[in-house]
Design a binder for this molecule. Structure first.
Ligand code: FUB
Length: 439
């Protein structure tokens, strides 16, 4: 197929943009989003994740395996409302790729001289393992046109590209170790020798390098298997191609069993964020993952403070939206469970079982007008009583209900602007809350 034909195909096949509103973790609902690379283009955050689907591929040991047929791109101005711009590249569209390999693993996208270069791994049709391809666009959300061939001289996965302040670009990938190389000015070819970057680092590098520059120092961050699963670690250097010196851990291994973690760091509106993934919507199969965001802080010497994963995430949440208390900032006694274990995308509920159980949800934005009502989506077989604190505290009766119902109560006090709220069970009867909202 010619490049022009691919361009038309890609343009026609983009579905209308869909807006997803969360502000909490995971950030995208209704589909899996793994390996999130975040970039700032045109004043917005663009997230280029890979796209897990329920497994259609088996590994050589017969187990269900990563199945990744295409890429979507998402953008946001506030890290709460995400626009899904649809599919930007499919496995069938890659001229050199195996069209049914479901091997479109972790990508990256950078901008240079007004063009957007999307770097992605794929299994080669020629059968020599993974190659890394480039698809080019005039816009961050595509349409992207893949090159006829993968980057020559690269065998591996998980490309990351750093465009330095002087315009020179470097590519990093995982293939027989962690490798780096200068990219030619056309962004499509290697220039110069490949360098092994993992050799001075503690053993256990596997995949997923992400490089960036801050205050003149180069950071090489990577998933690190120091024990059984992936933590996120980092090293620093004064040069883009090292040598890099190991500095520490950015995020510990997941305690709940997602083997992989894959990440990127980005500065947006003066704050730094870590994008990473976890199998939130797929508790029994860790190859269906979802993107998350948490804040990152640097020390004065440029070292990175460890990030503790949160469910609250980083987005500003409006009190008038559907507020999921199960994405809490802190919890005491209450339990979080899936609403429907037959459909994990329905999300979670908070279960308050005994008097005193409570959850807090930080930075809920009530805006300038105090709400008149609170609506709760609840299930409470014996009924009960809860207390809401948002500046003031008030108690509400919950009627007995075996199934989910929405109840609306008058707000007995005024509340405006940003508040940390707390919901506490007053009665000793079990109450489940799916969500609350204020009107
Ligand atoms: O998503 C497939 C692979 O899993 C990625 O390429 C790795 O970094 C790991 O997240």
């Amino acid at each position: 197929m010619t490049s022009a034909a691919v361009l038309i195909l890609a343009a026609c096949s983009q579905s209308p943009d869909e807006v997803i509103l969360t502000g909490t973790n995971p950030i995208i609902t209704g589909q899996f989003t793994a390996d999130p690379t975040a970039r700032v283009f045109e004043g917005k955050i663009y997230m280029y994740p890979s796209h897990d689907i329920p497994s259609v591929i088996t590994h050589h040991d017969g187990s269900a395996w990563f199945s990744m047929p295409d890429y979507h791109v998402f953008s946001s101005e506030d890290l709460t409302s995400w626009t899904d711009h649809g599919v930007i590249l499919r496995q069938e569209d890659v001229p050199w790729g195996k069209p049914d390999a479901y091997a479109m693993w972790a990508p990256d996208c950078v901008q240079k001289d007004g063009k957007y270069y999307f770097y992605f791994p794929d299994a080669t049709a020629a059968g020599w393992g993974f190659g890394i391809g480039v698809a080019v666009s005039d816009k961050p959300a595509g349409p992207f046109v893949p090159q006829e061939k993968p980057i020559q001289g690269v065998a591996g996965i998980d490309p990351c590209v750093l465009v330095d302040d002087d315009g020179k670009a470097y590519i990093y990938w995982s293939g027989m170790g962690l490798r780096g190389c200068r990219l030619a000015d056309n962004m499509l070819e290697l220039e110069g020798d490949q360098v092994r970057l993992d050799e001075p680092l503690p053993e256990g590098f596997k995949e997923g390098p992400f490089a960036f520059k801050r205050n003149g120092r180069y950071y090489l961050t990577y998933p690190w298997v120091r024990k059984d699963t992936e933590a996120l670690a980092y090293a620093m250097s004064d040069n883009p191609l090292g040598p890099f010196e190991y500095k520490g851990i950015i995020m510990k291994e997941s305690p709940t069993g997602c083997w992989t973690n894959h990440h990127s760091l980005v500065e947006y509106k003066g704050e730094w964020y870590l994008f990473y993934h976890h199998n939130d919507y797929s508790p029994h199969f860790d190859k269906n993952r979802s993107a998350r965001i948490d804040r990152v802080c640097f020390n004065y010497d440029g070292t990175i403070q460890e990030v503790v994963p949160t469910l609250r995430g980083v987005g500003s949440v409006k009190a008038t939206s559907i507020v999921h208390l199960d994405r809490y900032s802190s919890i005491d006694g209450a339990r979080i469970e899936y609403v429907d274990t037959a459909d994990y995308f329905k999300g979670w509920k908070t279960v308050f079982a005994k008097a005193g159980d409570n959850v807090s949800f930080n930075e809920l934005d009530f805006g300038r007008k105090s709400p008149k009502d609170i609506t709760l989506c609840v299930k409470a077989p014996e009924g009960g009583r809860i207390a809401l604190t948002a500046g003031n505290t008030a108690e509400f009766n919950i009627p007995s209900c075996e199934e989910w119902i929405e109840i609306t109560c008058r707000m007995p006090f005024k509340v405006k602007n940003m508040h940390n709220i707390k919901v506490r069970l007053v009665s000793d009867t079990e109450i489940e809350i799916d969500w609350i909202t204020f009107k």
